[in-house]
Design a protein around this ligand. Structure first.
Ligand SMILES: Nc1ncnc2c1ncn2[C@@H]1O[C@H](COP(=O)(O)OP(=O)(O)OP(=O)(O)O)[C@@H](O)[C@H]1O
Ligand code: SF4
Ligand SMILES: [Mg+2]
Length: 364
């Protein structure tokens, strides 16, 4: 692809937009679709939860923001950061995006940190090599950040190596590393999945407070719909490489219409309802590779009809606008982007009562 000099950002554009993102990967000599025409907006300062079962395409969608895709990937559509196409960025603009504007944290911090180097080196290296900061100033900043993410005895921790820290502490270090360049967008790919429940809650609180302090936007990837609803402003549900529903987090329980979202909600225990069996979603999730011409959820969907296997449903507005205050648009170009859409030929009525209550715990 011919790359011309990257144009300047447009401050009036949404912070992050996926505009028909389509990714194919080479598999056994042919290109297969793994991400199918994803439209999604992350407004400045807001948190969008990307939720779905394993293999639904969450990580590839997030990694496309930094152009960190597997070798041979072909990308269609556009990913834009402040109106500038990431897909067409020149190398200098891409370096700036990766080192200053967008930070990423992952499920397994140990896989992303050199075990032989100290925590201090890990935290300060970017500031020293890409920003030319002096070591003393970079270490002072690293110390402040370790304290901010709740690590006591920060000067001692800076001299330690990763093996000397627990998983929870190391994930806090990763959060500090993500914050050190003062990015505007955090891509958090299952940052708490590997942690026990108590540590998970603590780490989520650290992320939430850091975001609040900085007005930091976040694309939060998880398979846990309730956790996403607790920390995000809006939810995008992925299935087999497509976003099948978008809904504000505050309307997840009473406003989601897609049978897959309703099934995910119904498969969660309701803490207010006492002992009860979990309703698992029957069948197994399809990857985008296996999806036919119709709706990929059809083999598991209790509401499927003939049309569903014949024709792929497109995202349609489902919102009532006035109630959620954002209208039905998935992104209006002015930074709201918390609209409501569902890709389903026969969306569920809003009153069919999946269990659960609004469990938003923060960001009130
Ligand atoms: N390097 C690769 N080569 C071939 N296929 C891949 C590669 N990376 C991902 N895929 C396929 O692309 C699809 C989406 O993968 P992705 O990692 O985005 O899923 P995910 O939703 O993040 O899943 P998980 O919850 O397990 O992390 C899957 O079917 C996966 O097998
Ligand atoms: S399009 Fe049909 S199969 Fe797909 S989710 Fe809707 S009702 Fe179910
Ligand atoms: Mg993943």
């Amino acid at each position: 692809m011919k790359r011309t000099k990257t144009p300047p950002p447009r401050p009036d554009a949404p912070l992050l937009e996926f505009d028909g993102l389509h990714i194919t990967l080479p598999v056994k000599g042919e290109h297969r679709t793994v991400i199918h025409r994803v439209d999604l907006t992350v407004p400045a300062g807001s948190a969008v939860g990307l939720v779905g079962e394993s293999g639904s395409g969450k990580s590839l969608t997030a990694r496309s923001v930094l152009r960190l895709l597997p070798p041979g990937a072909r990308v269609g559509g556009e990913v834009r950061f402040e109106g500038v196409s990431v897909t067409a960025m020149d190398p200098a603009a891409l370096r700036t995006l990766r080192s200053r504007e967008v930070a990423m944290i992952f499920q397994d911090p140990r896989a992303h940190i050199n075990p032989l180097r100290t925590i201090g080196d890990f935290l300060t290296e970017g500031l020293i090599t890409t920003r030319g900061e002096r070591r003393g100033a970079a270490e002072a900043r690293a110390t402040d950040l370790l304290r901010e993410v709740g690590i006591a005895d920060a000067p001692r921790r800076l001299r330690q190596r990763p093996a000397e820290l627990s998983g929870g502490l190391l994930q806090r270090v990763m959060i500090a590393a993500a914050l050190i360049t003062e990015p505007r967008l955090l891509l958090a790919d299952e940052p708490t999945t590997a942690l026990d429940v108590t540590t998970q809650a603590e780490v989520m609180a650290v992320i939430d407070e850091a975001r609040d302090r900085r007005g930091l936007a976040m694309l939060f990837i998880t398979h846990d719909l309730a956790l996403a609803a607790a920390v995000c402003d809006s939810i995008a549900v992925m299935y087999a490489g497509s976003v099948v529903e978008q809904v504000p987090a505050s309307r997840l329980h009473d406003g989601s219409r897609h049978p897959y979202t309703r099934a995910l909600l119904a498969s969660r225990p309701d803490p207010g309802a006492g002992a009860q069996p979990l309703r698992a979603i029957g069948g197994r999730p399809l990857s985008a590779f296996e999806a036919g011409p119709g709706c990929a959820f059809a083999p598991r969907c209790p509401a499927a009809q003939d049309l569903c296997t014949a024709q792929r449903p497109l995202p349609e507005p489902t919102g009532d606008g006035a109630e959620d205050g954002h209208g039905a648009s998935p992104g209006d170009g002015h930074g709201h982007g918390h609209g409501r859409t569902a890709a389903c030929h026969f969306p569920r009525p809003v009153t069919d009562g999946a269990p659960g209550t609004d469990r938003r715990v923060r960001r009130g």
